[in-house]
Design a protein around this ligand. Sequence first.
Ligand SMILES: C[S@@+](CC[C@H](N)C(=O)[O-])C[C@H]1O[C@@H](n2cnc3c(N)ncnc32)[C@H](O)[C@@H]1O
Length: 346
Amino acid sequence: MGDLIDKFATRFREFGEIHIPEMSPFYAHLSLRIADDRELLEIALASGGGQPPPNLLFASIRFLLDRGANPDLLARYPVRFDTDIDPAVFDHFREFVFDHREQVEELLFTKPVQSNVVRRSAVLLTGLMRISSEVEHRPFVNIEIGASAGLTLLWEQYSYRYGDGPVVGNVKSDVEIETELRGSNPFDYSLDMPSVIDNLGIELDPISDADGSAMDWLRALIFPEHEDNRVLFDSTTKILKNSTPRLIHGDALVILPEMLADLPTDQPANIYHSHTLNQFSPEMRKRLDLLLRDASKGRLITRLGFEATPQGYSDLRLIKYENGVQNQDVVLANCEAHGRWIDWVG
Ligand SMILES: C[S@@+](CC[C@H](N)C(=O)[O-])C[C@H]1O[C@@H](n2cnc3c(N)ncnc32)[C@H](O)[C@@H]1O
């Protein structure tokens, strides 16, 4: 158990030092305190370790707080970015966890990290613009691995503002996503949006908006300071009342080969995954690569991966598979993990 606790301490330390400081100083602060607190780490062990433990622990607490478990502690959660954190908040947080240990452990044991971040659609759209030019503007099928509630499958229903550019996309949408541009943007979104035949999601545990508790869990996964992301999430859930994303239940490693085999070979297919491969073992990642190589015999498959890097930010990568081989692997952009900024480098 000692070894496991040490591993968990490292996960919390890395979360607090590398992955989260720019996104949530509040969770970064708590995370670093938890990394030094063996009793709290013992509770965090209930998550098993297959899922990112810090996200799970913080979401479990937030889920209980949103249900009224401790309004005083909830009032100490910031709603906007602020690096001035009262160190005393950790003692309240810790006390809450011990007072609600059974409920927290139950959530840690049963809930997966399924954060579905609407703002990431801005990164997806930018990647799809590139895919569109790769396939010479022909229509293509877009398949997301790990689509959660399918909020980014609905990317065509949102409007976007990149930097100080014009609003593009579905300009009448109630959901407007803003993203900072660091560096240039090679695309003119107002001219040629990608032509997508279908947006399909494969998900181990699909979330339906009819399941209020599951949607509350998704909301609890949003970082405290990201009030704007909570607003986006809430407005998107209104869109869900009229548009049901096409989610296919199951393991992508099993479903993808059949799905790709069923598509006409002259129809380009793009596979997208965003912050999902951290839930894959190295062996699963290898299987994904092999199955895409195999499925590309006689057709073009593009793959867009928006995943975390060891540097703390995420990158958007394009991999191309053709005739059974991988013939391109290039970083298109460095991005904030939730799509708040994009630095196009491709
Ligand atoms: C952190 S969420 C990301 C959701 C979404 N892609 C986004 O960026 O907002 C990762 C999702 O991948 C799903 N997942 C993990 N392994 C999977 C697999 N083998 N097949 C299908 N879905 C999987 C999880 O259930 C979870 O909903």
